[in-house]
Ligand binder design. Structure first.
Ligand code: ZN
Length: 229
């Protein structure tokens, strides 16, 4: 019998989806339209996860150098890097190499697993599929990008596996608002809990964006003005 890789139970876990520079900073190849709000909320959520010692599963998109169409999150470029405050000190990273090997008791030894994937759907990537499918936890708390692609695929995949999923609705970034709204409605219809950061964590005066210094992010950091979509 194969020993389960992850044996944490009755706990929450964060699923942090593709929070990389190309999606979340203004000069990124595919920067999301609502990135200032999303970054500020992700910063709060990751600080909360550190404080509460909540483990994180992070997916990271990676595209090959020579692909003509997939020019974002390209291997070896700054755009492929994760936003710094989404990285925990005790983390372990895995390449998208088609293997499913994982060390024993991985989430006892590390606070975060960062797993690369070559596609939107983590369940199409063998190692990410294994990690997400074998995790037996009470609740998956999901944020990241893109709402209309990877977030949708991850949430619907977890729900299809009968997992309890909570989507943080103001910590998911989109490029196409209309498609993202439809995706969020699909997730909710399939059973995801939909809450915003304030409901999850309580009100806060902390709105620092940190990772991006475009005008919108600077405006948000200084006055918490609403970002125009
Ligand atoms: Zn910005």
């Amino acid at each position: 019998m194969i020993r389960p890789i992850i044996t944490l139970r009755r706990v929450r876990i964060i699923v942090d989806i593709d929070t990389q520079r190309d999606f979340l900073v203004a000069n990124g190849k595919m920067c999301t339209r609502n990135h200032p709000v999303v970054l500020a909320n992700i910063r709060r959520l990751t600080a909360w996860a550190r404080l509460k010692n909540i483990r994180m599963i992070s997916t990271a998109r990676i595209n090959p150098k020579d692909h003509s169409r997939l020019d974002f999150c390209v291997e070896g470029t700054p755009g492929q890097e994760k936003v710094p405050y989404t990285i925990r000190n005790r983390h372990i990273s895995f390449a998208a190499d088609g293997c499913t090997d994982l060390p024993r008791d991985i989430l006892r030894r590390y606070d975060q697993i960062i797993v690369s994937k070559r596609c939107d759907d983590p369940f199409d990537e063998p190692r990410a599929d294994r990690i997400l499918s074998e995790l037996k936890v009470t609740e998956f708390i999901v944020f990241g990008v893109l709402t209309e692609c990877s977030v949708k695929a991850t949430v619907l995949g977890l729900l299809a596996r009968r997992r309890n999923v909570t989507v943080i609705t103001d910590a998911v970034g989109y490029c196409d608002k209309e498609t993202a709204d439809i995706a969020l409605r699909q997730m909710e219809a399939k059973g995801a809990n939909m809450i915003d950061t304030k409901t999850a964590l309580g009100a806060s005066h902390l709105h620092m964006v940190g990772a991006c210094d475009c005008d919108m992010c600077r405006g948000k950091s200084s006055c918490d003005c609403r970002v125009r979509a």
